[in-house]
Write a protein that binds this ligand. Structure first.
Ligand code: SF4
Ligand code: SF4
Length: 394
């Protein structure tokens, strides 16, 4: 006697995936062209055909906890060849957005941010929070310097972190206050990722065992972490992106943004060292090599973001808010970072501080909302690719 399965479709899941950009998924008639066309789908249980049918049946649990949805790099080859115009690449992207929302909304206390970050009506509120906080920090810096100096003196620290330069961002918002804001926010985001990744990895392994996609009986975390360097090399080389046919150029833009952010991270770390270890506050000379790295990184981010926006504008059907939020944020971060410095070098004090204020608001968006926005895909995809490598997904 054959086995009988009872399928219980999750209609809310289907509607949400449709709303997140998977509006064409019902057109799929399971021809499997997409799975054959995909340059990176594994031979055993390839994607995205099986994801298309699971999504149209509303099998949320089968999809949200699957590593396969993250292995797709949204190259668009399958979408270009689908005879039904079902756009499987976009449907997988919508499922990934749903998965980010599902995991991040399970985080205690701050989980509510998940729905807010994907709702365009909440953008003003999400921006007003850091805007008000940073305005308060600016008022403290500019008008309460004497009080703060006394407080810091009591605890054996120097309040101001500036040289004799006539214009310095630290005269507008103290470096102390900037770091006392962003270091905790960033660390909270790391904790949120630790919480969600732990759940996600357990789900991925359970899914891989159930679908015969791994030969590992148990999830060995030590072996998993040892696999990260191998996968990181692939990510940095953009090996998967280079296998794309349809949207090969996206790989270049993606690489510019990724290396731009890595460059900025290195420069920020060096800046921390100069300030807190060597006691040398900025602004630093343009002749210092780490300033060159910062400038090149900023330019790479801006160019990469502009290329991505240009590509999106050429595809009016790709109009999901989550994508535009991310692209807008990346461009704002890169552009305001560069413009702050240009305005300072041009001696434009008010413009320097105004642009710097916008830059800090964007940085807050980046750090505080990272685990809830599409940008979280960078972390989740690395986790899933590492799992696939560890689990011998072939
Ligand atoms: S998404 Fe398109 S190509 Fe893929 S199985 Fe469905 S109809 Fe075929
Ligand atoms: S978008 Fe590209 S990587 Fe993703 S499933 Fe389609 S062909 Fe494969």
């Amino acid at each position: 006697m054959s086995n009988q399965y009872i399928i219980q479709p999750d209609l809310t899941f289907i509607n949400e995936v449709v709303g997140l950009g998977g509006d064409t998924l019902k057109k799929c008639f399971q021809c499997a062209t997409c799975s054959v066309a995909c340059p990176i789908a594994p031979e055993n249980s390839p994607f995205p055909r099986k994801e298309m049918i699971a999504a149209s049946w509303g099998l949320k649990d089968k999809l949200v906890g699957s590593a396969d949805i993250w292995l797709c790099h949204e190259c668009g080859d399958c979408t270009a060849l689908c005879p039904r115009g079902a756009k499987p690449g976009q449907t997988l992207s919508a499922i990934r957005s749903y998965a980010i929302s599902e995991y991040s909304s399970s985080v205690p206390v701050v989980g509510k941010l998940s729905k807010m970050v994907t709702d365009p009506k909440k953008l003003a509120l999400l921006t007003a929070i850091p805007a008000a906080w940073l305005a308060l920090m600016a008022i403290i810096t500019m008008f309460m310097g004497g009080v703060m100096e006394k407080i810091f003196h009591v605890i054996g620290l120097h309040w101001y972190h500036v040289t004799d330069a006539p214009i310095a961002q630290a005269r507008f918002i103290s470096t102390w206050l900037v770091d006392m804001t962003f270091v905790p926010v960033f660390n909270i985001s790391l904790l949120i990722f630790a919480y969600t990744l732990y759940k996600m990895l357990s789900d991925m392994h359970a899914n891989a065992l159930a679908e015969g996609k791994t030969d590992k009986e148990t999830l060995d975390y030590k072996a998993y972490f040892n696999t990260i360097p191998t996968v990181l090399k692939k990510v940095l080389k953009h090996t998967q992106f280079n296998e794309c046919g349809e949207n090969k150029n996206r790989g270049t833009a993606h690489m510019m943004v990724l290396f731009g952010f890595i460059g900025c991270l290195i420069v920020t770390t060096i800046g921390f060292g100069f300030l807190y270890v060597l006691g040398k506050p900025g602004p630093y000379s343009q002749w210092w090599p780490f300033k060159w790295l910062g400038n090149i990184s900023g330019i790479a981010i801006v160019f990469g973001a502009v290329l991505m926006i240009k590509e999106r504008l050429g595809k009016p059907d790709l109009n999901a808010y989550k994508d535009w939020y991310l692209l807008g944020l990346v461009l704002t971060l890169g552009a305001t970072g560069l413009l702050t410095q240009m305005a300072r070098l041009a001696g434009m004090e008010i413009a320097t501080y105004a642009i710097y204020y916008i830059h800090l608001i964007a940085v807050f968006h980046l750090f505080a909302y990272l685990p809830f926005s599409k940008l979280a895909h960078a972390v989740y995809r690395l986790a899933a690719m590492t799992y696939a490598e560890y689990a011998n997904r072939k």
